[in-house]
Design a protein around this ligand. Structure first.
Ligand SMILES: NC(=O)c1ccc[n+]([C@@H]2O[C@H](COP(=O)([O-])OP(=O)(O)OC[C@H]3O[C@@H](n4cnc5c(N)ncnc54)[C@H](O)[C@@H]3O)[C@@H](O)[C@H]2O)c1
Length: 376
C-alpha cells in the first residue's frame, strides 16, 4: 500500500501532530520544519528525525515529500498553501483557510490547477462531542433541527502580534464549522453585528473596532443559525461551544469547555396538561476511536489509555487536545491521499466555513447589512 511522506511546518500548536504522523501506519516519513531552530531541534531529537531543511522553499523543492501540513501563523496560510499546491504537493492547513475572499479563491484555484488535495484542519468537526451530536441527528433521535448555535470565546492577550485586534469572525471557524455541517447545507448569507469597544492599541492593525461579533446565518436549505465570537477584553471562560435545538432532543455545551454537555429530551405531558415535559441530563460522551487505526487510538485521550477498553480511557484521562480531534484530522488527511479521494473538509467546505466568517465581519463593518457568501 502507498505510503505518504509528510512535512509538518510550524511546531507550536503544530507540534501536537508530530508524533501522530510518526505513528500513522500509512505515513512513510515525517520531517518537521520551523523557523525557530531550537524548537525544531527538540522535535527532531524527540522523534529521531535526521533530515533538516534550511528554508520553506527547500521542502517545496524536495521531490520525496508528498504532503505538507501547515500550522504557521494566520497571515502566512494563504501564500504558503498556494506555494505548496503549486509545487505539486498535497496541503493540509490549520484554520482559518485565509482571511479574505480573494485568498480563499486563490487557494481553490490552486487546488483545481494542480489537481492536488487541500484539507482545512478544523478540530471542532472531529471532537467526540461532535461525533455524538452527529449520531443523534443522523439517527433521527434529535428529531427536526429547529435552530443551531456556535460559540468561541477566547482571550488572546499576550499571544503573538498577528492576533492583536484580529476581527473575531476572521477566526470564526470553530463556531461556524459544526453548525454548517449539521445544517446539511451551505451558508448562503450572513448578517452580523459587532459589539463593544476595544482599546486603541488593538484597533490599528486590522481596523477592527470590535471585541465581540455575533452573526445570523441563512443556509441554502432555509435553516438558520447563530454564532458568537470574542477575542479580547471580554470576561468569559474559554469555550468552543455547540448548541443544537431539535424537536425531540437538544444538545447544549457545558458552561466551561470541558464540562459535560446538557442533553434535554422532550416528552408529551401524559395527562394532557399544558406544555411538554423536558428532562435535562448531563451525560458523559463516548470516546470516538473506532474509525482510527489501532496505532492512533491512544491519541484520543491525554493519558491513561487502555487498549482493552478505549471507551473507559476517556473517563480516566482527559481527552487529548481539542477533545480528541487531532488523530482524526491526521487520519482523514492521510486516508484521503492513500484512497485518492477528496478529504471531508476540502476547499469547498473549508471555503464556505471560512468565507462565512469573512462575510460576517464585512457585515459587522456595515452595521449588520446582510452579505451573500460566494460559492467557490
Ligand atoms: N483548534 C485549532 O484548530 C487551532 C488551535 C491553535 C492554533 N491554531 C492555528 O494554528 C496556527 C499556529 O498556532 P500557534 O499558536 O502555534 O502559533 P504561534 O504563532 O505561536 O506559532 C507558530 C509556529 O510557526 C513558526 N513559524 C513562524 N513562521 C514560520 C515560517 N515562515 N515557516 C515555518 N515556521 C514558522 C513559529 O516559530 C512558531 O513555532 C495558527 O494559524 C492558529 O490559527 C488552530
Amino acid at each position: 500500500m502507498k505510503k505518504v511522506n509528510v512535512a509538518l511546518v510550524g511546531l507550536g500548536f503544530g507540534g501536537a501532530f508530530a508524533e501522530i504522523y510518526k505513528c500513522h501506519p500509512q505515513v512513510g516519513s515525517l520531517t518537521v520544519y520551523d523557523t525557530n531552530k531550537e524548537l525544531e531541534d527538540a522535535f527532531c531529537k524527540k522523534l529521531g528525525i535526521t533530515k533538516k531543511y534550511q528554508s520553506f522553499q527547500d521542502i517545496l523543492s524536495d521531490s520525496s515529500i508528498d504532503a505538507v501540513h501547515l500550522v504557521t501563523p494566520i497571515p502566512l496560510h494563504e501564500d504558503q498553501t498556494v506555494m505548496v499546491l503549486e509545487a505539486g504537493k498535497h496541503c493540509a492547513c490549520t484554520v482559518p483557510m485565509a482571511t479574505s475572499l480573494d485568498g480563499i479563491r486563490r487557494i481553490t484555484e490552486a487546488v483545481r490547477k494542480s489537481g492536488k488535495t487541500y484539507m482545512m484542519m478544523e478540530t471542532t468537526l472531529y471532537t467526540y462531542q461532535f461525533f455524538y451530536v452527529k449520531e443523534l441527528v443522523d439517527s433521527g433521535k434529535l428529531g427536526k433541527i429547529q435552530f443551531l448555535r456556535g460559540s468561541h470565546y477566547q482571550d488572546m492577550v499576550n499571544w503573538p502580534d498577528y492576533w492583536m485586534g484580529l476581527p473575531p469572525m476572521h477566526y470564526g471557524t470553530h463556531a461556524i464549522a459544526p453548525i454548517t455541517v449539521l445544517s446539511g447545507s451551505r451558508i448562503q448569507r450572513v448578517g452580523c453585528f459587532g459589539s463593544g469597544t476595544l482599546d486603541a492599541s488593538l484597533t490599528s492593525r486590522y481596523g477592527n473596532p470590535y471585541p465581540m461579533e455575533s452573526a445570523l446565518f441563512e443556509f441554502e436549505n432555509g435553516m438558520k443559525a447563530e454564532a458568537t465570537r470574542s477575542l479580547f477584553e471580554t470576561a468569559r471562560q474559554y469555550q468552543e461551544g455547540l448548541f443544537v435545538y431539535g424537536s425531540k432532543m437538544s444538545f447544549e455545551w457545558g458552561f466551561q469547555d470541558d464540562e459535560l454537555p446538557y442533553i434535554t429530551t422532550a416528552y408529551p405531558n401524559p395527562e394532557g396538561k399544558r406544555g411538554g415535559i423536558a428532562v435535562t441530563e448531563q451525560i458523559p460522551m463516548p470516546n470516538h476511536y473506532q474509525s482510527l487505526p489501532e496505532e492512533l487510538r491512544r491519541f484520543t485521550v491525554g493519558s491513561g489509555y487502555d487498549p482493552l477498553n478505549p471507551q473507559e480511557s476517556l473517563k480516566k484521562g482527559s481527552a487529548a487536545g481539542h477533545h480528541g480531534s487531532h488523530p482524526h484530522l491526521v487520519h482523514e488527511f492521510i486516508s484521503s491521499l492513500v484512497e485518492n479521494r477528496k478529504p471531508w473538509i476540502d476547499e469547498v467546505l473549508g471555503g464556505n466555513i471560512t468565507a462565512a466568517g469573512v462575510c460576517a465581519h464585512e457585515s459587522a463593518m456595515h452595521n449588520g447589512i446582510f452579505v451573500e457568501v460566494p460559492t467557490f
